[in-house]
Write a protein that binds this ligand. Structure first.
Ligand code: 13P
Ligand code: SF4
Length: 372
């Protein structure tokens, strides 16, 4: 179970008072700079690539979810880790940091709709149902980083591991050295795309629908599938279609298409390169000057790469904007608020994973770090 300093089970962000909500961008900038300077080395601000410009500019380090987890772990001197990202990332930081460190999420409503598609009760039910048909010792549960800490603890307890979009291949190779089947949650697309990359095809994969008995599968399916893929998805990435890729290519025949592995199999198959947000950033940086690059990921990141790479043309393959609405919740007023609270000696929006889950989640995360 996840708790915060102010709320035990519910994550509800109280509205900020008018002093923040009505402050001008210039005033917020001055206040954030002043609070950050006062806190000095005691605060370490992490920013995921999908954050708004008004937030990411204050980050001491930016990254994908894997890099941010590593960075949080590598900063024991900071008393406070202010995590500008979403709730599961802040939980992972809490699990990986020392007991003297406190992790703060500027807006508690910044969750992840994909992470919410798998909860501990449904995963435990699935595990029990599977156990009636297969030897669970040969099933390796793998959870994507985009999942609550109690699911990371579940895989820790059951000889599994966490993976991120940047190391799913290595983690799945590790899993198949230890078992015959993988239960992969919550993102079916990352599981499927990685399976194809490893040489498997649809015949080795079945989608587990947690709303149906035995995942909606026959006992034969359950026994024969190498990949049992949880029926979860990211609504931002699922929007991209092969038609977007085709339209981009028609307009830019020499263009390069780079997409995130949370996109569908068809989109990934049509792309030139597939990888995590950090991978996408590198792909853009490494492309020859003058390249036209069509990207399939969150729009704030795409727009920032376009602005920061003036010698190349970077655009979304989807002409309609597709922001991550939960990442978007973190804004300058919330960042100013948490920093000023910290200056006053109060710790707002602390994200804490309870001790037992934290221990097992740490084991599952450490397995991932050791594999990669
Ligand atoms: P990355 O690990 O690639 O940053 O992905 C996290 C995420 O939530 C993508 O939607
Ligand atoms: Fe979650 Fe999708 Fe937002 Fe990533 S982009 S944080 S997977 S909702």
């Amino acid at each position: 179970m996840t708790t915060t300093a102010t709320a035990v089970t519910l994550r509800i962000q109280a509205p900020l008072d008018d002093g923040y909500a009505d402050a001008s961008p210039d005033e917020l900038e001055r206040r954030i700079a002043a609070a950050k300077a006062t806190l000095g080395e005691r605060v370490f601000i992490l920013g995921h690539h999908y954050q708004r410009d008004e937030v990411i500019r204050w980050a001491d380090a930016r990254g994908d979810s894997f890099k941010l987890a590593q960075l949080a772990k590598a900063r024991p001197e900071a008393d406070y880790i202010v995590f500008c990202g979403v709730h599961f990332m802040a939980e992972a930081a809490d699990v990986l940091t020392g007991p003297h460190q406190q992790v703060v999420l500027p807006d508690l409503n910044a969750g992840c709709s994909m992470a919410d598609m798998a909860d501990i009760d449904s995963v435990e039910e699935a595990w029990e149902a599977l156990g009636e048909h297969v030897d669970l010792a040969r099933v390796i549960p793998i959870t994507y980083m985009n999942s609550a800490a109690d699911l990371k603890a579940f895989v820790g307890r059951n000889h599994g591991a966490v993976c991120t979009s940047s190391n799913a291949r290595a983690v799945l190779d590790w899993a198949f050295e230890r078992g015959d089947q993988v239960l992969f949650f919550p993102d079916q697309h990352l599981g499927r795309n990685t399976g194809f990359q490893m040489g498997y095809d649809e015949s080795h994969m079945r989608v587990w629908n947690p709303r149906l008995d035995l995942g909606g599968l026959s006992a034969d399916d359950v026994r024969s599938a190498r990949f049992l893929l949880w029926k979860g998805h990211c609504s931002v990435h699922q929007r991209f279609s092969p038609e977007h890729v085709a339209a981009f290519r028609a307009e830019h025949p020499d263009g390069i298409v780079v997409v995130h592995p949370e996109c569908s199999r068809e989109v990934c198959a049509a792309a030139d390169q597939v990888g995590s947000t950090e991978f996408i950033l590198r792909a853009v940086a490494d492309a020859p000057v003058g390249s036209v690059i069509g990207v399939g990921t969150e729009i704030h990141m795409v727009n920032r790469m376009a602005a920061e790479t003036p010698d190349k043309t970077v655009m979304s393959i989807d002409p309609l904007v597709c922001p991550c609405s939960t990442m978007f919740r973190i804004d300058a007023p919330h960042l100013a608020w948490v920093l000023e609270e910290l200056v006053e000696g109060r710790v707002p929006n602390r994200v804490v994973v309870d001790a037992d889950d934290a221990e097992w989640a740490r084991i599952a995360l450490q397995r991932m770090l050791d594999i990669t």
